[in-house]
Design a protein around this ligand. Structure first.
Ligand code: ZN
Length: 642
């Protein structure tokens, strides 16, 4: 039987005070979370939870409305775990009072503002045990319980899960249904872990195992409802990964957020039940995703048509859908895979998504959001305050508020650092509590100082991740250069008798790298991306209108000075330099250097192939920080001479 090798260190045992993430967590707490609540008040989400509420216009069922309120509760709960806040707590208590009144005596939670007819109820229930609803409710309940020990929301969740358990399952008389939109599976495991109730884990396992079995549940359901089963609303069952049993799946298909939530649930069930076959399926899907279907930003799901996956290497830049929630889902999945096995290939992807395709989803002021995260923009793409389908804003709020969960893991013999985030943690290793303190300016530079604080001197391993992008590193223990330690699966392990305030200094070299995509990625042929450390860079028009060392207010830049970003060519041997700019975009390392650009063509559509180019200074900024100033073009993949 497989066992998870590692246990993540919970948020409540982690503080974050390093410059990069402390700032984002502060903005999330002070701006994003309050702002989202205000929007819920304005848009009606809060009122719609009140008894007798009627919408002024005919509205879609409010799955996403309630789902986003639950995610908000989860985000605010994580926030009060690390930063107690009486106002957040009273807002959550107010919501819980409304939610508790909505629950029916049998535990059913209406997913609509009014309860629906009995015959539709089952279907609504099936739809509602989706990521946005039952799953959201369970995760919010566990987060709030862990933050405050208040049980009301947890009790609502248990009654709701108990009700689901009476309706669905393999036993005679139960429906063999499973969620249309995955997410409930992983949250049932969380509910099981918080309450010790094994039935919730069993129900999660049933949902995972039943998915895609024949006769297909959605076919049977349609027939029962007098509908044509070939008219499934999304066209194909690949859309929600129910086209075949999950253990037989080798290829990542369909809606990207659904896929990530399913695979996260599969990893949870595999760990809970020691299910090697299920874990092997996760690994096959992981390899397929990360070798053929992931953007360099960790964004996934290239097309808007199914909000999801297409063919291998089909990674268009301008039309990239790359929903913020999908990159967040990838972080969830990567984190779960990493606990099975301390392997840098999972942590590298988790970090890539986190520092690029996830946090690009929110503006630096914390109040505007991207739903889609393209890698090229011709200028029309802007973050917005809100979306019709409001999944991404509260989802990113809950991830940032819970960042502490992703930094460390512990095992009997090792303290493990996955992400270099400045702050402290308290781990259980070698039978005692071990404190760790990290001081670093990562991702701006690669120097990381780890101070180890065991209660009493003890022998154990300290594992530090050496990211795949890092070709060279140096290591000092208590000021002494150590003999070279070779990374194993992306981590070095230092075993010794640790004493209080032993100090490890790791320096990861962080050169500017030009990266090429696999040649099958047609869109990126002849192009390079700039990467430094975990950050992917982009060119933004505002920095590249005129030679950047000339200070001209953007308003005064004449059109004639404008160089469309597609005309810029970055030579392979371009001399690029990195410089920290404290006043740019809340403080970023920008990258400048010499490039060339194609000259105008005197309005000729075609001309002889002889190159006509002019020198040009480029400035690149981290991708996550784009669209925080003047709107304009943006480009990650830059043309390059072979
Ligand atoms: Zn979303």
């Amino acid at each position: 039987m497989i066992k998870k090798e590692l246990t993540p260190v919970h948020l409540s045992n982690v503080t974050i005070d390093g410059p990069f993430w402390a700032q984002r967590i502060k903005i999330n707490r002070e701006r994003t979370i309050p702002r989202l609540y205000k929007i819920f008040e304005e848009k009606g989400q809060i009122n719609s939870l009140k008894p007798g509420w009627e919408p002024s216009t005919v509205l879609e069922p409010h799955h996403f409305w309630y789902g986003s309120v639950y995610q908000w509760i989860e985000a605010a709960s994580y926030s009060i775990t690390t930063h107690p806040d009486a106002q957040f707590e009273s807002l959550i208590d107010g919501l819980v009072k409304l939610i508790v009144k909505r629950q029916q005596p049998d535990g059913y939670m209406p997913s609509y503002y009014k309860d629906v007819q009995v015959e539709k109820r089952l279907r609504m229930h099936l739809q509602s045990i989706r990521g946005g609803l039952s799953g959201g409710l369970f995760e919010a309940a566990v987060a709030y319980f862990q933050a405050t020990s208040k049980r009301t929301l947890l009790d609502i969740s248990c009654r709701h899960a108990d009700y689901s358990d009476t309706v669905f399952g393999g036993e005679p008389g139960k429906k063999r249904g499973y969620p249309e939109h995955e997410g409930t599976e992983m949250s049932l495991i969380k509910l099981h872990q918080a309450t010790g109730e094994k039935r919730y884990a069993n129900l999660a396992k049933f949902f995972i195992d039943e998915r895609g079995q024949l006769p297909h549940y959605f076919d049977r359901e349609a027939i029962e409802q007098g509908e044509d089963p070939t008219h499934f609303w999304a066209g194909t069952y690949e859309y929600n990964q129910s086209h075949k049993p999950v253990r037989e799946q080798n290829e990542v298909v369909g809606h990207a957020v659904r896929a990530m939530y399913l695979y996260s649930g599969m990893a949870d069930v595999a760990a809970e039940f020691g299910d090697e076959e299920l874990r092997a399926a996760c690994d096959r899907l992981w390899n397929d995703l990360t070798s053929t279907k992931m953007y360099i930003t960790g964004g996934i799901g290239p097309t808007r048509y199914n909000e999801g996956f297409t063919k291998d290497y089909d990674l268009p830049n301008e039309t990239a859908y790359a929903e913020t929630c999908a990159a967040i889902g990838l972080v969830f999945w990567a984190h779960r895979m990493l606990q099975f096995e301390c392997d840098g290939r999972y942590a590298d992807v988790m970090e890539r998504a986190l520092y690029n395709g996830v946090i690009s989803g929110v503006s630096l002021d914390g109040e505007k959001f991207f739903y889609q995260n393209p890698l090229t923009s011709l200028g029309g793409v802007q973050r917005k305050q809100w979306f019709e389908c409001p999944c991404c804003p509260p989802n990113i709020a809950r991830l940032i508020a819970s960042l502490g969960n992703y930094v460390y893991s512990q095992s009997k013999t090792d303290a493990i650092v996955h992400l270099y985030v400045g702050g402290t943690a308290s781990l259980r290793v070698a039978g005692q509590t071990v404190g760790l303190r990290i001081d670093t300016r990562y991702p701006w530079d690669g120097k990381v100082v780890v101070t180890v604080k065991p209660e009493t001197p003890a022998s154990f391993g300290l594992k530090l991740r050496i990211p795949a992008w890092c070709g060279e590193f140096s290591l000092k223990v208590n000021g002494k250069e150590t003999e070279s330690i070779k990374p194993q699966c992306g981590y070095i392990r230092i075993e010794r008798e640790w004493r209080a305030d032993d100090c490890v200094e790791l320096t990861l070299s962080m050169p500017i790298e030009l990266v090429r995509a696999h040649p099958n990625v047609r869109e990126d042929l002849g192009c390079v991306a700039i990467q430094r450390g975990p950050l992917v860079y982009c060119l933004e028009q505002v920095d590249n209108n005129v030679p950047p060392y000339l200070v001209v207010p953007p308003e005064e830049v004449k059109l004639a000075n404008r160089v469309p970003l597609n005309r810029i060519v970055l030579p392979q041997d371009a001399k690029l330099e990195a410089r920290f700019e404290p006043d740019l975009l809340d403080g970023v390392v920008m990258i400048c250097g010499d490039a060339v650009h194609d000259l105008d063509s005197d309005d000729q559509l075609y001309r002889l192939a002889k190159e006509q180019r002019k020198c040009f200074k480029i400035t690149a900024i981290p991708y996550f920080a784009w669209n925080n100033r003047k709107s304009g073009e943006m480009r990650v993949w830059i043309r390059s001479d072979a």
